[in-house]
Structure formats: structure tokens, C-alpha cells
Design a protein around this ligand. Sequence first.
Ligand code: NDP
Length: 353
Amino acid sequence: MISKDEDRVPVFTTFEQKNSDMFKSINLSDNSVDKTNPVTDSEKVKCLIIGSGPAGYTAAIYAARANLNPVMYEGLQPGGQLTTTTEVENFPGYPKGITGPELMEDLKSQASRFGTDIRWGLATKVDFSGTVHKVWIDENKLVEAETVIIATGATAQYLGLDDEKKYAGSGVSACATCDGFFYRGKDIAVVGGGDTAAEEAIYLAGLASKVYMIVRRNELRASKVMQERVFKTKNIEILWEHQTKSLFGDGVVEGATLVKKKGTSEEEEVNIKIDGFFLAIGHKPNSDFVKKYINTDEVGYIKTIPGTSKTNVAGVFACGDVQDPVYRQAVTAAGSGCMAAMDAERYLSEKHG
Ligand code: NDP
């Protein structure tokens, strides 16, 4: 029984769990979304939004209210990463918290209310070489857009263990800021040795009783400053040269089996008792389909002109996690979605006078 916060069972949900009872009343890809892809071969639009997370929906709200008649393609995961978490307690305006799917449903309703044409479909190819931007949906539908807002987000990397899927929503998470709260006073592990892992371990150490950092080499990739902070944090223990073999537990994560010094004569298996298993081994921005035309950094994050959402191609804008390696929060994504719509509106005003 859930009696107080400390006793709350981690209840994150996965995309796959959207069909569970909890989400039966919330269907992010229902009703107004036309799944038949009504695009003719040369449909022309003023503003095309690709992606339907907080950035995409916020861009849609602003673009629709500015009479840009936005058309949005939702992508593979309608609603984006927030549909994979249950409790969202840090999005301003919801003092009692809200579930991720409900928040996305609200954003979607708001975007629809102002006339956004929300469609099911995945942008698979682009041609940004001309003044009109061509985007193919599901390989074969062509949309020609005066402005394009890329809001395709980023995908957290996982180790690829079967147990990550088995315990998804039951102790496995890829977002400390989203889910750390549920582990107050508990023992948890963070996988990775980069800046994200260091940052998340330090953040989680302020909530959890003990944080193990599972690091596959004998050094951290994180910046020196972050390393020092990790080393100074008393309740973080680094497990050097450890790799995760499996997770165990009765329905929820209760521990992990690690392999120490894998592939050496000193190789041994170690079990640690943990309630939460946090992945922090990097994110992959969903930018592959535009890379031929749009400048990205070495990881794949779209480069925008600082203080704007402008990319290197006039009329193409980027917002949300696909261009943000640092903050990656729903609220910062939403803010950048607003910027993208305003930049698109100004671009069109200047173009048409
Ligand atoms: P990184 O690629 O920098 O680090 C990934 C970490 O995960 C590495 O320690 C890597 O190990 C480890 N790893 C990768 N794959 C596996 C695996 N299969 N098993 C075990 N461990 C694995 O990613 P980050 O997300 O940490 O950072 C991405 C970028 O964003 C970086 O440039 C970073 O500096 C930046 N960033 C900046 C922040 C800031 O300025 N505040 C905050 C967060 C990120 P190994 O080292 O052995 O390869």
C-alpha cells in the first residue's frame, strides 16, 4: 500500500505499457490523427513540424496561433519521451504533478484546438537544397514546406540487456531528473562514466542513500570538474571496470549481477543490491535523416545559431532534445519549440514582406 512518498513503488512506464489499464483513457495517436497519410504527391504547406514531444507541440501551438497552418507528423513515438514516464512533477503549472501521457495529451489538445493538422507518419528523407524544403513521409509521401521545424528529440541509449525491457517501468530508468525522486533513501546504480552519468549520480546521491556508478573502464570520461564532484560525494561508490550482466528481482529491480574485469584472469561476478538502475551511457539525437543538409555536432545534435532555433539552412529550425545536449528537459524543449515557431513566423514575414 502506498502510504507515504518514501514507500512509493517506482511506477515508470514504457512506451509498450501504453496499452495498460492506466492508459486506456489516453490514446495519443487516436481520433483527430489521420493515419491514412492524406498527403498528395506535392502538398505544399507553410510550416511543417516533425516530431510530437513538448517541443513539437509547443511549436505547433505558437505556429497555429500565428496563422502558419502547421502540419505535424508525429513520428514513431507520438508524444515523445514523456510517454515513457509516469509522474511528471517538474513541469510548471501542475502543482500536483501529472502523468507524462496526460501532459502530452493536454499539449496535443491545445495544438489541435488552434488548428494544427496532426498526422501519423515518420519523416524519412529530406531535400533542403532549394528554397522550398522537401520532406518525404514514410518513404513515399512528399510534403513541400516553406518552413520546417525539426523536433524529433533524442533517444536514450540502453545496454541491450533483456532485463532492461523486463524491468522497464519497474526500476529501470534513463532519466534521473524524471525518476530519481522515487528512490529517496534507497540504493541505486548509475551506468556510465561520462558527464551525464556524473551529473545524474551527483543528483541522485542527494536523494538516494547510496549510489553505485558502474564504470566499464578504470577512468571516467567525464570532465575533470565533474569527476572531482563525484569523488567528493560521500555516498557515491564507483565500481571500476565493471559491466552489467543482468538484473534480478521479483517483479521490480532488487539487484544487479556485474562482471568485474571482464575478459581478464581476474574476472569475477559480483551482485549488488539496488532498487533502481539508471542508464546514463549517452543519448542519440534523432537527426540522421537530415544530416546531409543540416550541421550537427559529432554526436549528432543539430547545431543552432546561439539564442535562436535557426539551423544552417534558411527556413529550417530545430528545437527540443535533437539540438540540446545539455538540459534535455520537457520545459526547456517546450521553450525552444516556442522559439522555433516564432523564428519560422519571422522568416515567413521577412520573405513575403
Ligand atoms: P558520453 O559519450 O560522454 O559518455 C558515455 C559514458 O557511457 C562513457 O563513460 C562510456 O564509457 C559509457 N558507456 C557507453 N556505452 C557503454 C556500454 N555499452 N556499457 C557501459 N558503459 C558504456 O555521453 P554523455 O551522455 O555523458 O555526454 C554526452 C555529451 O554531452 C558529452 O559531450 C558531455 O560532455 C556532454 N554533457 C555535458 C554536460 C554539461 O556540460 N553539464 C552534462 C551532460 C553531458 P567509455 O568512457 O568507456 O566509453
